[in-house]
Design a protein around this ligand. Structure first.
Ligand SMILES: NC(=O)c1ccc[n+]([C@@H]2O[C@H](COP(=O)([O-])OP(=O)(O)OC[C@H]3O[C@@H](n4cnc5c(N)ncnc54)[C@H](OP(=O)(O)O)[C@@H]3O)[C@@H](O)[C@H]2O)c1
Length: 342
């Protein structure tokens, strides 16, 4: 396919409006041909802005021969269902993270994509930023000695209560929304082998919440390499990882969602001295769109990390829930002793 990939966007999500639709528009590799919404007025408004067709339901673009691919910025609980429907309809798929909420669903999607020769790509933007390749080059060059531990965190402040992230029926919760990032970073760091093993997890759910708003997971990356992941929806902002070696430590701040004009500065700490390594800005959203178009053109097979990530997220979710069930009430500044007594 030499012409731009014709893409339909299912849902008028805030993230699609803010990040992906502008990135599609800026790319010569894709053309937005349809925007679909449950609300015809919302679809029409966005379609006007992008000069494309409006569809009043998500099924319509799947039956449209002029659509090559769909982008799915839907609530997490709908990702696997609509990705599966699109693949069955012969469409390539760019699906928001997490692609699936269980290992079984991820395995089914990947098998479907493979059997039909269709691209199934999970929209994990940070993978497409050049700063991580620079990090791995420093590590391979021995900048921190033998890697001993990997710490990663993605936490954000609380959003309005109506946000999809606080609704369990929509796949809400800190793990599904944000745990993906540090986990995917750990998987990317390790490469295909060895498979990390889950050691334990915590999850926190306050009485007023219906989902977990904070969590941690500890994984063994093989040979005792510790992978410690933190994620949360009720925190001060943090988006970082540190590679901790026998002779040094390398930290990436703004690891997961740097804007296109951000010029990264890696922190390399060795023998009490901190060096700041400047890197060029990079446009991870633009790069992700280019990579998706390439996956469509080459009919690339789904990345193995889609399945591995889904299996580990499921395991972390079960382990965190088990801890939560047995944990005593948590006391914090918003909980009075009277609340605990009651
Ligand atoms: N890759 C990244 O860096 C990144 C960053 C942020 C968010 N995301 C992902 O993008 C997706 C959307 O997130 P968002 O923050 O943009 O959420 P949002 O604004 O609430 O968008 C979700 C969209 O899903 C559609 N939808 C269908 N059924 C729904 C239901 N029952 N309740 C609510 N919405 C429903 C709605 O579109 P219509 O009403 O128009 O049909 C809505 O606009 C999520 O999967 C999130 O994880 C990814």
């Amino acid at each position: 396919m030499s012409r731009p990939v014709r893409i339909a966007v299912l849902g008028t999500a805030e993230f699609a409006r803010r990040r992906m639709l502008p990135a599609f528009r800026a790319s010569a590799d894709v053309t937005v041909v349809t925007v679909a919404s449950r609300d015809p007025a919302r679809a029409a408004e966005l379609a006007r802005e992008y000069g494309c067709r409006a569809a009043d339901d998500y099924a319509e673009p799947l039956a449209d021969a002029d659509v090559d691919a769909v982008y799915l910025p839907l609530p997490a609980s709908m990702h696997a269902e609509w990705a599966g429907a699109a693949l069955r309809a012969g469409k390539h798929v760019l699906v928001e993270k997490p692609a699936a909420m269980s290992g079984a669903d991820a395995a089914e999607l990947c098998a479907l994509a493979r059997s039909r020769g269709l691209a199934l790509v999970e929209n994990v933007l940070f993978l497409h930023h050049s700063q991580h390749r620079a990090v791995m080059r420093h590590v391979a060059d021995g900048a921190i000695g033998r890697l001993q531990a990997f710490d990663a965190a993605f936490t954000v402040p609380r959003r309005p209560a109506s946000d999809i992230r606080y609704d369990p029926a929509l796949g809400g919760g800190a793990l599904w929304d944000l745990g993906v990032y540090p986990l995917r970073a750990a998987l990317g760091l390790l490469g295909p082998d060895p498979r990390p093993r889950l050691v334990g997890a915590t999850a926190r759910r306050d009485p007023a919440d219906r989902v977990d708003t904070a969590g941690t997971a500890l994984l063994d990356g093989g040979d005792g390499l510790a992978l410690q992941l933190s994620y949360g929806l009720d925190h001060t902002y943090r988006s970082t990882y540190t590679l901790w070696g026998s002779t040094g430590r390398l930290t990436v701040d703004r690891a997961f969602t740097p804007p296109a004009d951000h010029e990264p500065v890696l922190r390399l700490e060795r023998a009490g001295v901190t060096a700041r390594l400047s890197l060029p800005a990079d446009d991870q959203a633009g790069n992700a769109v280019t990579a998706f178009a390439r996956a469509v053109r080459t009919r690339a097979r789904p990345a193995p990390e889609i399945l591995r990530q889904a299996e580990l997220l499921e395991a972390i979710s079960l382990a965190g829930t088990a801890v939560h069930r047995t944990a005593p009430p948590v006391r914090d500044s918003r909980t009075s002793p009277a609340d605990l007594a009651g």
